[in-house]
Write a protein that binds this ligand. Structure first.
Ligand code: SF4
Length: 205
């Protein structure tokens, strides 16, 4: 009789690394990052373009990824990309949960939501509308601002997330007027705050 050996579930991985969460409400904490390959959003300012295609990247098993994360003893595990929700994330988050890890997601929300998370950072893009299934899972909204149109759009998106969502505006560094725009906006809208990427100032990963 032929014995069928169950195969483990794998994901295409750009990189894993242990560092400090450099942005948002969890800025400054020890974090293990799992960067999944695959993104069809294609933001022009993206600094992770190598993560767009899936094929060139090696696949790793959920057991391997969970073990790597646990070994670093992080406060949080951050699943990022690419656009992680291209994949069904339940197998990966279930495996991380087995080891008692706290799991965060960074997503643009363009695909149906999957996975079990302790914290979801949602960074929607006006040129790639989010899937409706993401909105009620959001803990933190991050809107990248290049123009006044982005501010208007960010306010529209903020109406769709839970009322206790922490709302950040982040300047688009290639847009010279973005910093002044968000500065003026937050002074007039105190329920929003300015977000920066600490790891870039301190030269962390
Ligand atoms: S969603 Fe993220 S990974 Fe994809 S293009 Fe935009 S910034 Fe890059």
């Amino acid at each position: 009789m032929k014995v069928i050996v169950p195969t483990s579930i794998t994901y295409p991985i750009v990189e894993t690394f242990h560092s400090i969460q450099g942005e948002g409400s969890w800025m400054g904490v020890s974090a293990f990052f799992i960067r999944l390959a695959g993104c069809d959003v294609h933001c022009y300012w993206c600094d992770q373009k190598e993560s767009w295609p899936v094929k060139p990247h090696p696949r790793r098993t959920i057991e391997e990824l969970a073990k790597l994360a646990k070994q670093t003893n992080p406060m949080i595990v951050v699943i990022t990309g690419g656009e992680p929700l291209i994949h069904n994330l339940y197998p990966l988050t279930d495996e991380l949960r087995k080891l008692g890890l706290r799991i965060h997601l960074e997503t643009s929300g363009t695909h149906p939501f999957s996975g079990s998370f302790d914290w979801v950072t949602f960074s929607p893009k006006p040129f790639s509308p989010p899937n409706e299934s993401t909105y009620n899972r959001v803990n933190e909204l991050k809107v990248v601002i290049a123009s006044e149109l982005d501010l208007q759009w960010g306010q529209q998106e903020a109406k769709k997330v839970p009322v206790d969502t922490v709302k950040y505006l982040q300047p688009e560094w290639g847009s010279p007027k973005s910093k002044q725009l968000i500065y003026d906006f937050v002074l007039q809208h105190p329920d929003w705050r300015i977000g920066v990427q600490m790891h870039k100032f301190l030269s962390f990963r």
